[in-house]
Structures are given as C-alpha cells and as structure tokens.
Design a protein around this ligand. Structure first.
Ligand code: ADP
Ligand code: ASP
Ligand code: MG
Length: 402
C-alpha cells in the first residue's frame, strides 16, 4: 500500500514528539508500505518566524516572507530524517522544490498547480521513506511560495492525489473531527465520518482541524481522508463523499471564526449603485466579502456593513475610503472585536427549527446577534468576540447535549 501521512506542528513540536511520530512512520514502513510523510513546522515556529520578520520590517515583501516561512517545514523534515536514520531506516527528506510542487505565483496563499511525481517515485522505488516539507511550493519564477496557514494539509492531499495513494492520514493533536472544537467544548463528540461538503463548510467557517482547501482538493480527486491523533491510538474521523448517517444528521458541527472583521460604511447616499460601488472597490482590492447587510436608518442615508477576514480589513477600509467622493458616504470604520459562529449540516434547509434553536441558545445567554447569514448547509451569526466561546458552548448544548 502507498500511504501519505501528515503530521501537524504540535505532533512534531519537540524531540520527544519527533521520536513518537518516527515510531508511527516506522511502523507503517516496516509493515511493508510505501510511505510518504508530510510535515509541518514545529510547534509555533511559523508564528515565531512571522514575529521575527515583523521585528525587522513591519511590511516585508510577500516573496521574502515566503522565503522565511518555508524554512520552518524544512527544519522538521531534516530533524525527522535524522531521527529515522538513527533508527536505522532508509529515509530522504525533500523540500517542495526538490519534489516539484509547482504553484501559481501568489506568495503567501499560493495554489498548487501540479505535482511532479518522478522524484517521489524514484525514492519510493529505492525503498526509502520520503519526508516532504509541507506548506511550500515553487512558482514559475522558481521562487518559494507558501500555501496559506494550515497549508501542510493541502500538501498532503495533493501528494496523495498525484501518487494515487491508497490512504491519506492527517495526524493531529486531537482524535479526529468533532462536533465542535474539543479544546473549547468539553462535551464535543468525535464524528466517525463526515462528508467532504460538511467538512468543507466546517473548515471554511473556522474549524482549524483541516485547511478548507485541502478538503476541496480531496473532494475533487476523491481522496478519502482520515483525521486522527498522533498521541492517542484510536480510530479517527473519515472524510469522504457519502457517509452512513447522512439522512438522520441534520447538524454536523459548530465552528467559530474570530479572525474576521466588520467594515461599516455609515450614511451611504440612498441611490442606485451605492452598494455596487462599495463592494466593487473592495473586490477590486482582491478581497472576499461575506455577510453584507444594509440597515436603513431614519431619513435618507443607509449604513452598509460587511464581513471580511481580519487580515484584509484595513485594505478593505482603505479601498472604500479612497472612493468616498464617488460613492458618497459619511465615514467608514473597521470593527475587529467580532466573531462568526456557524452551525453546519446538510439537513439545515429542511428544518426551520434549527435557526430558531440557534437563536434560542444565544438568547438564553443574552448574546446579541449582529448579523445573520443562512445557506442550505449552514447558518452563521456575527456576535461580539468576547461571547464567542460561550455562544458555541450554548449552541452545542442545544443540539448535542440534551
Ligand atoms: P495541526 O498542527 O496538526 O495541523 P491544527 O492546530 O491546525 O493542528 O488543528 C487541530 C486543532 O483544531 C485542534 O487542536 C482543535 O483545537 C482545533 N479544532 C477546531 N475545531 C475542531 C473540530 N471541529 N474538531 C477537531 N478539532 C478542531
Ligand atoms: N506551518 C504552517 C502553519 O503554521 C503550515 C501548517 O502547519 O500546515 O500554518
Ligand atoms: Mg493545521
């Protein structure tokens, strides 16, 4: 069997954890499998590198930032290779460049275009364990790019797809995908299985356990994923096309995203085209917008608010502010003290009761809802950031703990 195994940052955080993971890899290899391993940077390395960069230059070029960030994963593969060598096992570590993981040119959030499998196959043919640096690729200028936070998940899925692997295992620091973040909600339940679509929603709505792009890729190429713990031996969660309990489960899980911000444009001229001009300015800046609301205040001017990723908020504000004369409004401001709490499930639409249960849970906790957005598979509410964990716990109790 050809197995792709990915280990996240906490799984390789220190020497002891590296030895633990080496044991898992060795076991799979000695069982007679071809093993390709994708590693993340150790512990908080990526955050530390970002801080280091900020100390030198608060606004570095994205190219140089990627050059720096890519080093984190390279440390992990070299250390893991040394550990496996020490155990007498044949191993080789490869960067994204050495493998030939080609991406588009977008530094910091590159998409994988193509994966060369030649070098990987050659190493596997030599009966070596192959360790690949996650999160990185190379663009058409032969520069390093990174795939966005959590991107090692995407590397693993891309390799599994390119190699037609028999299994793709995502090892992490929890035992699988849960109905809510098990670190925040003690009553959260581990899911035996989850569909790609539901996992994609959960991941997109803030459940960090898998990067949303990795799930998209897995769905597209039919790569079945298994999310499991590197520390506890227990069956994990299967992410796949069809699950057994699709019909009965209305709600799959609850996610929180506190890396969002609201941009509010006040007293927008009440005339055709105002909303268009505002959102056009934002979209021209390359920023995705979510949950737009227009609140009619008394008189003739409206307030228009929308949600963006926190990292994009200042750019969005500026894009709108720069067009103040053309758009016609009084002021534009950013609020980062908000969070988006979402309930995800394939059976959402067929049951009106779900929305009312969510609102009831928030009402019980006296949490004010600032914005609402519903689709066939999810219901999201924007609330103040300080209440977010309490909101998730309260909603979880309503759906899963009573
Ligand atoms: P890794 O370093 O292995 O990539 P991450 O920190 O990216 O790990 O993702 C694992 C974390 O995701 C868990 O520690 C958990 O706190 C968080 N998480 C959030 N939502 C969920 C969920 N629904 N199920 C499982 N874990 C979740
Ligand atoms: N090291 C990168 C990050 O922290 C990629 C990953 O862990 O998947 O986001
Ligand atoms: Mg991760």
């Amino acid at each position: 069997m050809l197995i792709v195994q990915k280990f996240g940052g906490s799984s390789v955080a220190n020497a002891e954890r590296i030895r633990n993971v080496a044991g898992i890899i060795a076991e799979s290899f000695l069982y007679g499998n071809d093993v390709v391993v994708v590693l993340s940077a150790q512990g908080d390395t990526t955050d530390d590198l970002l801080e280091k960069a900020a100390e030198i230059n608060p606004d570095p070029s994205k190219r140089e930032l990627d050059m720096l960030l890519a080093t984190g994963e390279q440390q992990s593969i070299a250390l893991m290779a040394m550990c496996l060598e020490g155990m007498g096992l044949p191993v080789v570590s490869l960067t994204g460049w050495q493998v030939g993981i080609r991406t588009d040119a977008h530094y910091g959030i590159a998409r994988i275009r193509r994966v060369d499998t030649e070098r990987l196959r050659r190493e596997l043919d030599k009966k070596r364990i192959v360790l690949v640096a996650g999160f990185q690729g190379v663009n058409k200028f032969d520069d390093y790019t990174t795939l966005g936070r959590g991107g090692s998940d995407t590397t693993a899925v891309a390799l599994a797809a390119a190699l037609h692997a028999d299994r793709c295992q995502i090892f992490t620091d929890v035992e699988g995908v849960y109905t809510a973040d098990p670190r925040k909600v003690p009553g959260a339940r581990k899911l035996e299985e989850i569909t790609y679509d539901e996992m994609l929603e959960l991941a997109s709505m803030g459940a960090q356990v898998l990067m949303n792009r990795s799930v998209q890729l897995a769905k597209r190429y039919g790569v079945e994923l298994e999310v499991l713990s590197s520390l506890v031996r227990a069956p994990g969660t299967k992410v796949k096309e069809v699950t057994r309990n699709m019909e009965e489960m209305k709600i799959t899980g609850i996610a929180k995203d506190d890396k969002v911000a609201r941009v509010t444009v006040r007293k927008v001229a009440d005339r055709p085209g105002s909303a268009f001009r505002i959102l056009n300015a934002v979209s021209k800046a390359g920023i995705n917008v979510d949950m737009i609301i227009q609140a009619a205040s008394q008189g003739e001017a409206n307030d228009i608010s929308f949600v963006v990723a926190q990292a994009d908020a200042e750019t969005a504000r500026k894009a709108v502010a720069d067009r103040q004369a053309a758009i016609g409004f009084e002021s534009v401001a950013v609020d980062t003290a908000i969070a988006k709490v979402s309930v995800v499930g394939a059976g959402m639409m067929s049951s009106v009761g779900i929305a009312s249960l969510v609102f009831e849970a928030l009402n019980d906790e006296h949490i004010n809802i600032q914005m609402i957005n519903a689709s066939e598979v999810k219901l999201s509410c924007v609330i103040d950031a300080a209440s977010a964990d309490r909101a998730v716990a309260a909603i979880h109790r309503k759906f899963f703990e009573s």
